[in-house]
Design a protein around this ligand. Structure first.
Ligand SMILES: [Mn+2]
Length: 167
C-alpha cells in the first residue's frame, strides 16, 4: 500500500488522472492525500469532486480556500469572482450531496509523522494546537449551524475571537 500526496488540483481532473496513471495508483490498495483546493480555476471541478468523494476512505482531503469559497458561493455568501469555474458544480443534480460531503472534510489531518494542511501552519503552533483549532472549525462546518458560521467566515476582523480551547 502506498500513500500519494498531491497538491491543489483546482479542477484539473485530466491531469490528475494522468498523474495517477503514471504512478500506477491502485484504487483498491493505495491512498491519496490531497492538500485541498480541489475546485475552481480548472475546467473539470465537478468531475474532480465526484472522483475524490467516490474514493471514500482511499482519499483524505483537507479543505482549501477555494473549497471554502465554493461552499460560500453555494450558500449565497461572499462575492463571486467573474472568472471562477464553479457553475457546473452549482448546477449539478448531485450538488447537495457533493457540497455536504465537502463541508464535512477536515482542515487538518495528522497521521504518524505527517500533518496534512492547506497552505501551511503558523510556525508558532504545535501540530496538536493546529489539530485542536481545526477540529473546532470542523465541528461547526460539519454541523447543522454551518450557515451561521459561514455568514461571518470571511473578513479582516473576526466577529468573535477566543484563544480559549476549552470554551
Ligand atoms: Mn489555496
Amino acid at each position: 500500500m502506498a500513500t500519494y500526496a498531491v497538491g491543489d488540483i483546482q479542477g484539473c481532473y485530466d491531469a490528475l488522472q494522468r498523474l495517477l496513471e503514471a504512478c500506477r495508483f491502485d484504487v483498491a490498495a493505495d491512498r491519496l492525500w490531497l492538500v485541498g483546493d480541489l475546485v475552481n480555476r480548472g475546467p473539470r471541478s465537478l468531475d474532480t469532486l465526484r472522483f475524490v468523494r467516490d474514493l471514500g476512505s482511499r482519499a483524505v482531503t483537507v479543505l482549501g480556500n477555494h473549497d471554502l469559497y465554493l461552499l460560500m458561493a453555494a450558500a449565497g455568501f461572499g462575492r463571486r469572482s467573474k472568472g471562477d469555474t464553479l457553475d457546473p458544480i452549482l448546477d449539478a443534480p448531485d450538488r447537495d450531496e457533493l457540497l455536504d460531503w465537502l463541508r464535512c472534510q477536515r482542515l487538518c489531518h495528522h497521521e504518524g509523522r505527517f500533518c496534512l494542511v492547506h497552505a501551511g501552519l503558523l510556525p508558532q503552533w504545535t501540530v496538536g494546537k493546529a489539530r485542536a483549532l481545526a477540529h473546532e472549525v470542523e465541528q461547526v462546518l460539519g454541523g447543522p449551524d454551518y450557515l451561521d458560521f459561514m455568514r461571518n467566515m470571511w473578513g479582516s476582523e473576526p466577529v468573535a475571537w477566543s484563544d480559549d480551547l476549552t470554551g
